[in-house]
Design a protein around this ligand. Structure first.
Ligand SMILES: [Zn+2]
Length: 461
């Protein structure tokens, strides 16, 4: 029995133990082997069943713990089922085109149609749409743009969406930016040329996400004419809910699907994404990598180029902290708030965004809120390099004694620009980005500070 137990042969150990249960001198040991082997296997229901009549201390204690575990897993299962049902209802409630489209795995551009100003996209499980400007014409949109749109929406699940793109689209004249109205995205808008078209994706269905803070900045930019912002409503964030994921973008580039579809309409030659150093040169915000050598960068840059578009990372020389410095120096600060739970003017003061974006801007924030406390104590620390900088900036070191090693040296360099990041930006778009970045931020004197970032290496990459 002992040999079987120590070797992890739980079934065999239990069989031996059950023969010994009737012997008073062996009973305690036999019960403990049965109970602990069920526990080790995670068979909590069996453990509860067999200990009904066993009142010794060990059996009782394991029984209580097993009951708790069953409650947790049962609750989690129920919650998942409820979420699943809610998502199914949401998908069922979505509009459908008047004329159905047949799904084609071979010809991605054949999955699009237009009814009025609404563009439909057929994917295997259903339809999604975008509400385009009234003079938009799908027919005069190059098929490569349609195929690339399908790829950014479906590539995690449909490999044929990665097929070669139809040739022939040449680079347009105007730059654009996938614009969320958050800090990083606003910093990207600030360093790009004034004629950049900003494309805001508006979730077409109700959710926890509050668009009011974003709308305030968008209205300001449009009404003053400082930038042109286009808001496009779409429900494409539902696609991935068919694959067990919550509402959201299928890939990092899905947030620009509206701009891909509009590229010929606005003669676009580039689409920018406001990804700061935290998402480019740092892996998960905590380990340096040569971004330009990643498969992610080389693959997507090539795909966009094949559709006649430069894939731009206008803030790849700027960290989240640098982006805060840029928006602070810009005339837009008072119209901006990254918090998605705010009331349209202020942030909620209790979320992680309020902690690391609004806090360093000097805005009111409660570092003792439940969400902020949980995330400050979670390991590995989320968006680690930036969060550490924010802790130092806010002088909150006393709240995180477990991070004292990481907070030893000053992190001011994190606010400065990383010169090599500008090399990622193609001409003719780079000059203006470089000029404006230099206007607002000094360059890092010690690039090694960034190149050596490797936080919490005990957690695997
Ligand atoms: Zn907030």
């Amino acid at each position: 029995m002992r040999r079987a137990y120590n070797a992890g042969r739980w079934d065999a150990a239990r069989t031996h133990a059950s023969h010994l249960l009737s012997r008073p001198s062996e009973q305690t040991l036999a019960r403990s082997v049965i109970v602990r082997s069920y526990w080790n296997e995670g068979r909590f229901q069996e453990l509860v069943d067999c200990t009904k009549e066993w009142h010794d201390e060990l059996s009782h204690s394991y029984r209580e713990q097993a009951i708790d575990r069953l409650k947790v897993t049962g609750g989690a299962k129920k919650l998942t089922m409820m979420k699943e049902e809610k998502l199914q209802r949401l998908r069922d409630d979505q509009p459908q085109p008047k004329v159905p489209i047949n799904w084609s795995a071979e010809h991605m551009d054949a999955n699009f149609s237009q009814e009025g100003s609404r563009v439909w996209f057929r994917y295997p499980e259903g339809y999604v749409f975008w509400d385009m400007p009234s003079d938009y014409d799908l027919q005069s949109t190059h098929p490569a743009l349609l195929c690339l749109t399908a790829e950014v929406l479906l590539s995690p699940w449909i490999s044929s969406s990665k097929s070669p793109l139809p040739k022939g689209r040449t680079l347009g004249e105007r730059a654009s930016l996938s614009f969320s109205a958050g800090t990083d995205s606003t910093a990207a808008a600030a360093v790009m040329g004034d004629s950049t078209l900003l494309g805001y994706h508006r979730r077409s269905f109700d959710s926890m996400l509050d668009h009011r803070n974003a709308e305030r900045l968008i209205n300001h930019l449009n009404s003053t004419g400082e930038r042109e912002v286009l808001s496009i409503s779409s429900n494409h964030e539902l696609i991935r809910t068919n694959h067990g994921k919550p509402v959201g973008f299928s890939t990092d580039f899905a947030c620009a699907s509206h701009l891909l579809l509009l590229a010929d309409h606005f003669d676009l030659g580039a689409i920018g994404f406001g990804m700061p150093i935290d998402n480019t040169y740092l892996w998960k915000g905590r380990k340096f990598r040569k971004f330009e050598e990643t498969q992610y960068y080389t693959y997507w840059t090539k795909r966009f180029a094949q559709a006649g578009l430069d894939l731009l990372f206008p803030v790849s020389s700027i960290s989240e902290a640098g982006a805060l410095m840029v928006v602070k120096a810009s005339p837009w600060l008072e119209h901006l708030n990254s918090c998605m739970r705010g009331d349209g003017v202020k942030g909620c003061g209790r979320c992680w965004k309020c902690f690391h974006k609004n806090g360093p801007l000097g805005r009111k924030m409660d570092p003792h809120s439940k969400e902020i406390q949980i995330l400050l104590n979670k390991m590995p620390l989320r968006t680690a390099q930036h969060a550490l900088w924010a802790i130092q900036k806010l002088k909150l070191e006393h709240l995180v004694p477990h991070l004292s090693d990481e907070l030893k040296s000053p992190l001011d360099w994190w606010e400065e620009a990383y010169r090599p990041g500008l090399d990622l930006i193609q001409q003719p778009w780079r000059d203006i980005v470089q000029e404006r970045t230099e206007k607002w931020l000094p360059y890092m004197q010690e690039e090694k500070m960034l190149q050596c970032v490797n936080l919490f290496p005990q957690y695997p990459v």
